[in-house]
Design a protein around this ligand. Sequence first.
Ligand SMILES: [Fe+2]
Length: 202
Amino acid sequence: MKQKLLLKKSPLNGQETEIQKYGTVANRPLSLDHKVRLASANGLNQILADTMTLRDLYKKHHWQVSGATFYQLHLLFDKHYGEQAELVDTIAERIQTLGGVAIAMAPDVAETTRIARPPRGREDHTIQLFRLLQAHELIIAAAREAAHTAVADGDDGTNDMLVSDVLRTNEFQVWFINEQLAGTGIADIDEEAAHSAVLAHA
Ligand SMILES: [Fe+2]
């Protein structure tokens, strides 16, 4: 206990150490207005925080999955984890390219993400899959909206990354997760029926 306290104590605590504040953009000769780069960086940081959360949700489910489909889901979840981890780096580096500051640390991500926090304990695999679909849909909606804004503002690079990388990876992963739920009622088009099916499985 004493050691833990010592580790958290640092001479840097309370000092002004930042060379650039989060939420700002530095100058970049990209022929893009400061306002445009700021709007793109802000939108991307929200998608970054949600993507980091989805990435970690995949690892949680990779470890905690159980049932007759354990092995295939264990492998599928880790494949998607790896692809989301790549997306995290791509989004973060786009933010830095624009002159922004990418959100990075878990406590900051936890404060920022809009994805519902799952319990620490294990959940049934149908609930795991449903949580993943909800997180994907949230990111897909945000990516599409940010892509439209970027193209309207002339930020083609951000638009391309959002569509080619974020959107298409998430849409593709939804296909695989959704098919795992075939026959359970959870992947139904009728949202209310899907909701009751989730509750019945819980
Ligand atoms: Fe593993």
